[in-house]
Design a protein around this ligand. Structure first.
Ligand SMILES: *Cc1c(COP(=O)(O)O)cnc(C)c1O
Length: 452
């Protein structure tokens, strides 16, 4: 299987090279050259456990890794999930289920992809006798999950930019209290979007990028999307036949990476009825899906900080399919968007997704209501997905983070104080963070001084 860029000006790469490259050199995002069709495999997949299913799915994509090596990479990636059930599907009502994706090492769904990515990078370093420096920007959970995917892995360095003061104190501790020498938590003065812009500029500098063997870890990496397909498949296989044909997955959305994975799986022959994009008050995707216009506004910090995003970078992958897989049209759309901050998409399939948006006040009210009605505590991101659920459908809500990561918000909504032993352990450790300007030159200089 080879991987092409959405912008069509990068020669196709094999799996391992596409993963190591992250963002394509032409500025586009990698996608499989053709999508496989799993429809005739679903019966066989139904009996598999999570790790085995993940292996069976990924082997179709990672064709340049020997099967037994891939199997051990997958097994190692989910070994750090303490429960036997890696992605539990909980039933809250006859037509309402919750897919809990927060039982990994950093208690958010991003562990699913980033544990795997960390092991793939480490494999590559061993195989090629090279080092790799991973660079990412985070609005909260990505950084922690990326760091825990690479923690102490020989031959790797990891640099994570995050907006200083705009991630929760516990999220910051997960990044800055690891004690690992290959981890650098960079607290930037600015927003997530500014951090992401600086990062794009650094990745655009080919000489610097090659010299430091930089790779991206934010949600543009191909592996992020592929690894996330697996839990949709695992959950779908566990529904009854009647539910399988009716189900709508409801996805708390920021960068569009999570919901895109579900949609791609649907394109690969898994008959999922639909998807709902649930945003917080940063609602560019809600507005896009309800009006057809993609228009950037300023980010407003919210109670669901991992969704405080305006430019949803993974949307470009959906755009590629929506524009007839024509890279020239993708380039034109992205250039127009870059120049004006607005893009109108007259011809994309709006029926593919429904959408909702949720203010901070609604997040608090929903956490309280879900607790009263179901005795179940949801984190502020997951709460957004409980807005306006369609009672005529079977809804599977993706629970993207543990409520224990957001104790202040949960306390405000319910008087409860959720906790988790892994978070308690962090409280006694020193915070080691590097304050830096949201500026490509300053970040480059830091990497220059600390890369492996
Ligand atoms: C990252 C994140 C999201 C948003 O996911 P995207 O793939 O960026 O759409 C939602 N909830 C939590 C808890 C997250 O960490």
């Amino acid at each position: 299987m080879r991987y092409i860029s959405t912008r069509g000006q990068t020669a196709p790469l094999g799996f391992s090279d596409a993963v190591a490259t992250g963002l394509a050199p032409d500025g586009g995002l990698f996608l499989p050259e053709t999508l496989p069709d799993f429809s005739s495999e679903l019966r066989r997949f139904a009996g598999l456990g999570y790790v085995e299913l993940c292996f069976e799915f990924l082997r179709v994509f990672a064709t340049d890794i020997p099967a037994e090596t891939l199997r051990s990479i997958v097994a190692a990636s989910y070994a750090g999930f303490p429960q036997a059930d890696i992605a539990p599907l909980r039933r809250l009502g006859p037509r309402l289920l919750v897919l809990e994706l927060f039982h990994g090492p950093t208690l958010a769904f991003k562990d699913f992809a980033l544990q795997l990515l960390g092991n793939l990078y480490a494999h590559q370093c061993r195989e090629r006798r090279e080092t790799i420096n991973v660079l990412g920007a985070t609005s909260g959970d990505t950084g922690a999950a990326a760091i825990h995917g690479l923690l102490g892995k020989p031959g790797t360095g990891i640099f994570i930019l995050y907006p200083d003061g705009r991630v929760s104190p516990l999220q910051e501790r997960q990044m800055a209290c690891t004690g690992a020498v290959n981890v650098f938590a960079l607290a930037i003065g600015g927003t997530f979007d500014e951090a992401q812009a600086a990062l794009k500029e650094i990745f655009g500098d080919q000489e610097f990028r090659t010299r430091h063997r930089l790779s991206a870890v934010n949600s543009i990496n191909l592996v992020r999307v592929l690894a996330q397909c697996v839990y949709y498949l695992h959950a779908w296989l566990r529904l009854s036949a009647a539910e399988q044909s009716e189900v709508e997955f409801v996805v708390p959305t920021g960068n569009f990476g999570n919901v895109l994975a579900g949609w791609l799986l649907q394109q690969m022959g898994v008959p999922i009825r639909g998807f709902k994009v649930a945003t917080n008050q940063n609602d560019i995707l809600y507005r896009l899906l309800t009006t057809g216009e993609y228009r950037v506004c300023a980010v407003q910090p919210s109670l669901a900080p991992s969704m405080d995003i305006q430019v949803a970078s993974n949307f470009e992958r959906f755009l590629y399919y929506s524009l007839g897989r024509d890279p020239a049209r993708v380039r034109a759309a992205m250039e127009a968007f870059k120049a004006t901050g607005v893009c109108v998409f007259p011809d994309f399939d709006r029926n593919a997704f429904s959408a909702s948006r949720c203010t901070d006040a609604e997040i608090l009210a929903i956490i309280g209501r879900v607790y009263r009605e179901h005795g179940y505590v949801v984190d502020p991101h997951t709460a957004c997905a409980f807005k306006a659920l369609d009672p005529d459908r079977v809804s599977v809500v993706l629970a993207t983070a543990s409520p224990a990561k957001f104790p202040e918000t949960i306390r405000a909504a319910t008087d409860l104080e959720p906790t988790d032993p892994s978070l308690e352990a962090l409280k006694g450790r020193p915070v080691v963070k590097h304050k830096i300007k949201a500026d490509a030159a300053a970040i480059r200089a830091f990497i220059e001084a600390h890369s492996v």
